[in-house]
Design a protein around this ligand. Structure first.
Ligand SMILES: *Cc1c(COP(=O)(O)O)cnc(C)c1O
Length: 228
């Protein structure tokens, strides 16, 4: 298992680095449904950033990993209910799925002032799909202002999951529009430096279109078992 994982991780890192052409791009290993052992294996190779979608699944895995004595940055990337905001604000380093004012207030209220501020990305529903999480592009400004006003939150940028049925990398496509929204935000807020877009099937295109962070699951760990 760990040979195949090492191989896949090295390949992805190499591909990210080549596509990034000297720019810093963070690879977040998406470890939802994956065991603590698989995460530990990657962490021993030197992987630091991990993304999780489900609070209940993530917390025991994170606690087990904390005992390894290795550096970890944990990213919450799944849809977030307000009743989970306390656990997320307590245990994670990043939340990439902030898409409404209620979450901003809840996360800020629960982040301990003894910790570093929680890094926050605004999730944008870039293709304005009816069923998707993420705010409308027109709502970014209001959310950004609210996040920026909270001392225990640090606005770092934007995250999106473009509609897989469309070509996100096409001219005028989702990646290009996200890049534009990101640049506009970065011009206004000093800590904004992160554009999280691109997954296993499209991370190289995303990097070429300006992503500074990619979230890769199945290309590292293999196909995920279906969830019910
Ligand atoms: C599952 C997931 C990923 C990783 O998807 P892969 O296609 O397996 O790389 C990335 N981002 C989010 C928000 C996810 O939920």
């Amino acid at each position: 298992m760990s040979d195949a994982l090492l191989e896949a991780w090295r390949a992805a890192r190499g591909a990210v680095e080549t596509a990034a052409a000297g720019r810093p791009v963070t690879l977040v290993a998406v470890s939802k449904t994956r065991s603590h052992d698989e995460v530990a294996t990657l962490a021993r190779f030197g992987q630091r950033d991990f993304g999780e979608n489900y609070v209940q699944e993530a917390l025991p895995k994170m606690a087990a990993c904390a005992r390894l004595g290795l550096p970890f940055e944990w990213h919450f990337i799944g849809p977030l209910q307000s009743n989970k905001a306390r656990e997320v604000a307590t245990h994670f380093d990043w939340v990439q799925s902030v898409d409404r004012p209620k979450l901003v207030a809840a996360l800020a209220g629960y982040r301990s002032s003894e910790r570093a501020p929680l890094n926050v990305l605004i999730q944008v529903n870039i293709d304005e799909e009816a069923s998707k999480s993420g705010c409308r592009p027109a709502d970014i400004d209001d959310l950004a202002r609210r996040i920026d006003a909270e001392p225990m939150l640090r606005l770092r940028g934007l995250m999106a999951i473009p509609d897989p049925a469309r070509d996100a990398a096409a001219p005028g496509g989702a990646f290009e529009r996200l890049r534009g929204l990101f640049e506009a935000l970065r011009a206004r807020y000093r800590d904004v430096d992160t554009l999280s877009m691109g997954m296993s099937d499209d991370y190289l295109d995303a990097i070429r279109c300006g992503a500074t962070m990619v979230r890769i699951g199945s290309a590292l760990f293999g196909p995920r078992p279906p969830r019910d």
